[in-house]
Design a protein around this ligand. Structure first.
Ligand code: ATP
Ligand code: MG
Length: 633
């Protein structure tokens, strides 16, 4: 059942199963969740993207295969971060591996913090990452859902629990409830829990109709005031909030709490494996209690007094993705946005998916990282260098090469005629095996005045400095060997230009061979350059980590204390004219073109670019500069 389909090879098929896959496979073996019916994975609840015959989701024939349905359930109270990427990859990956389906569901049960902007950004990010929930395009797509579309059903279930004597309206304020919650030895107290059913029904109806102000009463589950698990001490199911909701507007003024709502959302969508992070482990008894309470008096065939049983998914917890040198919680990220520590949710230094995209990270690299990190029950810190390596690996194969000079130093080739331009062959990407012959090359202009990087020249170099220095030879990438003959200085003694000669016999960078078939001399260093007359100017943004410490706040308790004050450097660079002519930002995809600037790293076009103004972000350097520095210190 887990055989990869031809359009979807699973490269991970060879590795051993993670603990969640083991659970899924055991369930599939035992038939726990039944089989997909003929006709596929249609939903019984309100789906914003219903599937039709001919959609991509119908390209997988599921009938008779074990049912696997997962979901990614974000609350639209912020932008998604790299931790959410883990959850998307995990849930979508399971659907893909087991020919199941994947739902995107907005867990939008708290009107005070949720906004349409967040809904839109989440949809964009999930799509970009490849968590395709849209049945028209995604073979494993189960659809787009909003928890708020089920408010009526949830309300009806709550009324049912009141009628069954399993829920009651409580007049205590939130402060009172917490004051009376007890200790592990002392049970909580709750004065209204034996209120007659009729009274609770009346109050609950009044709560819904807006008769009562915020905070004046709640609906609570009647479970166990002495439970060692405090989540079971008569948890609140509904509270009164008179606020506009982004989806339901003013229809409701009572809103369900997470524990009550979440299991119902999973149940209504017929999720089989409801995957969440470890901190929900001791909420699982409550998750199960609510569904069992609804199912009491219900039967499989619907003949019980309360009708047909509702679906009871299995909650499974795994360890969060926790990267170093950053904070993740949306609350903290929002604070950085509000305090203008960063330019916005998609500031390329942020750990959000939109920031990673803007910075130039590819979805392939993120997915590869998540696959490599795996799934665990034990939390551990993930070194972000692993993300950088995944990005390098992918861009190395896919990003066209070009040259740019970030900190320019003028070089004059004394024996090159004024006004002469040579169009040299430039290999677009030696790692890209798809390109061959002439299509693997383009032209790059060479002329008398060039720019090189300031630190590729030293007037008085130490031994083993293989770059340019008086008397030294160096190879200009894809161009010529040049020899430094001297420097020109201004009145203050600063070098204004480096004087060189070139060797015409070395066009393309090759050294002529002697009679023995070996190069007639040796040139160690190769440096990048741009032709001054042809180069375009661009703004380049260089990033460092946003935080100075691996675990921000670990020393002082305040993560803001560990912000890196110099995490952004902006330089005006000279770049290959070809890049200036061709590089684009694609607003429709929310992505800029990507390049490798040789020896400098991978770069991508930023959304701040406009005609005549090119802005590039450095995605990542070519090597892990942090590892080098750590080794030095
Ligand atoms: P945060 O606390 O960072 O704001 P959250 O858990 O409140 O995140 P939700 O929108 O509720 O965010 O999460 C949506 C899904 O993403 C949940 O299933 C949650 O378990 C999962 N998730 C959130 N953070 C991580 C993480 N760091 N690693 C893996 N999964 C995560
Ligand atoms: Mg949350």
């Amino acid at each position: 059942m887990s055989s990869p389909t031809s359009d979807n090879p699973t490269p991970d098929a060879a590795r051993s199963l993670n603990f969640i896959e083991q659970i899924v496979e055991a369930d599939n073996q035992s038939g726990r969740w039944g089989l997909w019916p003929a006709g596929g994975a249609a939903s019984t609840v309100a789906c914003r993207t219903p599937s039709k015959p001919g959609d991509a989701s119908h390209s997988i024939s599921r009938a008779g295969k074990p049912r696997v349905r997962t979901r990614f359930p974000p609350e639209p109270n912020g932008y998604l971060h790299i931790g959410h990427a883990k959850s998307i990859c995990l849930n979508h990956g399971l659907a893909r591996r087991y020919d199941g389906v994947f739902n995107l569901r907005f867990d939008d049960t708290n009107p005070t913090k949720e906004e349409q902007e967040y809904v839109d950004s989440i949809i964009r990010d999930v799509r970009w990452l490849g968590g395709d929930f849209d049945p028209t395009t995604g073979p494993y797509a189960g659809g787009l859902y909003f928890a708020s579309d089920y408010f009526r059903q949830m309300y009806d279930f709550a009324v049912e629990l009141i009628k069954k004597g399993k829920a009651y309206v409580c007049h205590l304020s939130a402060e009172e409830v917490s004051r009376r919650r007890g200790t592990p030895q002392i049970p909580a107290t709750s004065p209204d829990r034996d209120r007659p059913v009729e009274q609770s029904l009346r109050f609950f109806d009044e709560m819904r109709r807006g008769v009562h102000p915020d905070g004046s009463m709640t609906l609570r589950a009647k479970i166990d005031l002495a439970s060692p698990n405090f989540n079971m001490r008569d948890p609140v199911m509904y509270r009164i909030v008179h606020e506009h909701h982004h989806n339901t507007g003013g229809d409701w003024c009572i809103y369900p709490m997470y524990d009550w709502a979440h299991g119902l959302e999973d149940s209504l969508e017929e999720i089989t494996h409801s995957i969440c992070t470890l901190e929900f482990e001791n909420h699982r008894p409550l998750y199960d209690w609510f569904i069992n309470a609804i199912n009491e008096g219900r039967t499989d065939d619907g003949s019980g007094p309360w009708g047909r049983k509702i679906h009871h998914p299995q909650q499974i917890e795994f360890a969060k993705f926790r990267p170093n040198y950053t904070v993740l919680s949306k609350r903290n990220l929002l604070k950085m946005v509000q305090d203008k520590v960063v330019s916005g949710w998609d500031d390329p230094r942020m750990p959000t998916i939109s920031a990673l995209r803007r910075r130039g990270c590819t979805p392939e690299a993120l997915r590869k990282l998540m696959e490599d990190v795996g799934v665990s029950k034990v939390e551990s810190m993930i070194d972000l260098v692993r993300l950088e390596n995944a990005v390098r690996d992918h861009l190395n194969k896919t990003a066209p090469r070009a040259m740019a000079v970030l900190r320019p130093l003028k070089v004059v080739i004394e024996n090159w005629p004024e006004g002469k331009v040579d169009q040299l062959d430039y290999v677009i990407n030696p790692e890209d095996l798809e390109r061959s012959g002439e299509s693997a090359k383009r032209k790059v202009p060479f002329s008398r005045v060039l720019y090189i990087e300031q630190d590729d020249f030293m007037e008085n170099p130490p031994k083993k400095f293989f770059r340019l220095a008086p008397g030294n030879e160096v190879r200009l990438r894809w161009a010529y060997i040049i020899r430094c003959t001297g420097v020109t200085k201004d009145a203050s003694g600063a070098i204004t230009e480096v004087r060189c000669t070139y060797d015409p016999a070395t066009r393309g960078g090759d050294i002529p061979l002697g009679p023995d078939g070996k190069p007639i001399r040796k040139v160690q260093g190769t440096i990048h350059w741009v032709s001054a007359e042809h180069a375009a100017s661009a703004e380049i943004r260089l990033f460092d980590r946003l935080f100075k410490t691996e675990e921000p706040g670990s020393a002082t308790g305040n993560w803001m204390d560990d912000l890196n004050p110099s995490s952004l450097e902006v330089v005006r660079a000279f770049i290959d004219p070809h890049v200036a002519q061709t590089a684009r930002y694609h607003a429709d995809r929310g992505e800029g073109d990507r390049f490798q600037f040789e020896r400098l790293g991978y770069f991508c076009v930023d959304k701040d670019s406009s005609p005549g103004k090119l802005v590039l972000n450095r995605t990542v350097t070519l090597k892990d500069t942090w590892a080098k520095e750590a080794a030095k210190s």
